[in-house]
Design a protein around this ligand. Sequence first.
Ligand SMILES: Nc1ncnc2c1ncn2[C@@H]1O[C@H](COP(=O)(O)OP(=O)(O)OP(=O)(O)O)[C@@H](O)[C@H]1O
Ligand SMILES: [Mg+2]
Length: 620
Amino acid sequence: MDPSVDPARVARPGAFRTAARLLSLCMEGEIWQSTLGMGLMLLGSGLGLLQPWPLKFIVDALTVKGPPPGFIVSTLKFTSHALPIGDHKMGLIILLCAALLLISLAGAAVTVLSTWLLISSGLRMVFKLRCRVFEHIQRQPPAFHDATTVGDSLYRITWDTYSVQSLFNAGLVPAISSALTLAGIAVVMVGQDWSIGVVALVIGSLLLILVRQLEKPTTDLSTRVHENESRVSTRVEQTLAGIRAVQAFGRENYEANRFARQANESLRANLRLTLLQTAGQSGVAVLFAGGTAAVIWMTAQRVIHGELTPGDIVLMVSYTAMLFKPLETLSYTASSIQGAVAGAHRVFEILDKEPVIRNSPAARPLGSPVAGTIEFDRVNFGYRADQSTLRDVNLTIPAGSSVAMVGPSGAGKTTMASLIVRFYDPTAGQILLDGCDLRKITIESLRRQIAIVPQEPVLFDASIGENIAYSRPDATPEQLHAAARHAGAWDFIQAMPQGFDTPIGERGVMLSGGQRQRLSLARAFLKDAKIIVLDEPTTGLDAQTEADLLAALKRLMAGRTTIVIAHHLHTVRYMDHIVVLQQGQVIQSGTHEQLLAMEGLYRHLYDLQSQPHRTAAEVL
Ligand SMILES: Nc1ncnc2c1ncn2[C@@H]1O[C@H](COP(=O)(O)OP(=O)(O)OP(=O)(O)O)[C@@H](O)[C@H]1O
Ligand SMILES: [Mg+2]
C-alpha cells in the first residue's frame, strides 16, 4: 500500500499536534496543580509496587532459617524500644503486617488526593474550554448560524469540550502512570529472575490480546442492544403519543404484538451480549490461572534449587497479577486519545473560525452625537455566491425621517434590515451611516445606536421584565413601564399573575403571538436608540392594539430615523417616504400620495388591500 495514503500515517501527526494544542490551550493556570497531582499519582504507583513485599518477608520469616534482611533487623531493633515484643519472630510479623497496612493506607490517601487534583484540573479545563467555545459561537454572525444547526453547536459546547478532560484524565495521565508502573514491575521481576519476568510479560500480553479480540464483538453487540432498546422506547413513545388513534381504531392488539416483537429482539441481543461477556471473562480467568501456574512453577523450581525464597513466589504471583492493569490501560489510552482528538478537532473547527463580520483594523467607534442618516449606495447582496438577493439598491434615509419598505414576500426587505445592523455585509456597494461606511465603524458602537424589532419575536425563558430589559439592563422601573405602555403591553402585563415578574416560558410559549410581538416592541422602545428598525411590527395585533401602537410609534419616531417594514399599507401611509421592493430591487419610491398617483405595484397592492370584498381575481 502506498504509505502516502495510509490514513493512520496521515492522521497520527495531526492527532498528536491537535492533542498538544488543546492541552496547551487549557493547561494555563493548571500547571502546578497538575504537576503535584501527577507527582502524587506516581508516588501512589510506587506504593502499590511496594505492597507485595511485606507478604514476601512474612512468608520468608516463617519458612526460611536465618536472619531476615538487615534493614528489617535494624527497624525491629528501633521499634523494640517503643514496642517491647518478646518473641523475635512475632515482632517481625507484627511489624510487617503494620507495614502492609501503612502502605495500603498511604497508597489510598495519595490516590484520593492525586485523583482529586487531576480530575478537578481536567474539569476546570473543560469549564474554560466551554466558556471559550460558547463565547466564540455566540460572536459568529448569522451566516454561521444559518449554516450550522443549533443541535450541532450545542453538542460542540456541551460534549466536544469534554475532549480535553478525556485527553488529560483518560489519555495523558494514565499513559504516564501505566508506563512507569509497568517499568517498575518489569524491573523488579526481571531483577528477581529475568526468565520469570519475561514469561510474566508474555502472559500479560496474551491476556491483552484476548481482551482486545473480544472488544469488537462486545462493542458491536452492545451497540445492537442500545439500538434495540432505543427502538423499544420509540415504539412506546409513538404508541402513547397516538393513544387516541390507537384506541379509536381498536388497534391495541396490533400495537401490543408490535411492541412484543421489538422487545423480543432486544431480549435476544441482550442474551447474546451476556453470553459473550461471561465466556470472555471465563477465558481471561483461565488464561490468567494458567499464567499464574507457570510463574508459580518456575519460581518454585528456583526455590527448590535455593536460588529464590518461598516469599518470592508470593512476590512474583502478585506482580504477575499487577502486570495486566497497566498493559490494558496503555492499550486503551491510544484509542482514548484518538476519540478525544476527534472532539478536539470539532472544537478547533469553531475556535479557528474567524467571524466573517468583525471589526476591521481601521474601524473606529461612532462619534456622538449620531445624526442617523442611512444610505444604501449601489448595494448588492446574496446569501450564497450564486444568489442575488439585493441588486443595485440605492436609498437615502435622511436623519430623523421615517421610511417604509413594502413589497412582496421574499423581495428582500428583512435582508435590508439585516444589512443595516451588519448581520451581513454587502457583496458590492456600501451602506453608510452619517456618511461613514458601516465597515469602518466598530460593530458594538453601531449596534448601540440601533433598536431592531425582528420579524419573529425573540424571547428568552425569563420574566416579562427581564425580557423587556434585555436591550437595556440598567433601565429604571419607570423606563421599563413607559416602554411597556408605548408598546401596548401594559394592560396584559398587569393582568398577569405576577405582572412584570411573570415567567413566559421557552421562547415565550406562555404568551399569545400578539403579546410576544408587543414585548419585542417594548424592548426596542426601551433601548431609546437613534435608529429604529421595525420588521412587520403590527403582525398578530388586533385592530385596536395596532391603532394604539401606531399612535405610540408616531410619537416615538420624532427625532429618530425609523425604518418600518410592513405588508399592510395603511400602517405606512404616514411615513415620510415609502420604498417598494421587488425581487431585490427598488422599483418605486415616494410618499403614499405620490405612489398612489402612479401606476405600479404600490397602487396595485393598495387596491388589493383596500377592497377586501372583491376577489383577487376581480382585482387582477
Ligand atoms: N438566511 C438566509 N439564507 C439564505 N437565503 C435567505 C436567508 N434569508 C432570506 N433568504 C432569501 O432571501 C430572499 C429575501 O428574503 P427576505 O427575508 O429579505 O424577504 P422579505 O422581503 O423580508 O420577505 P417577507 O415579507 O416574507 O418577510 C428570499 O428569497 C429568501 O429565501
Ligand atoms: Mg421579512
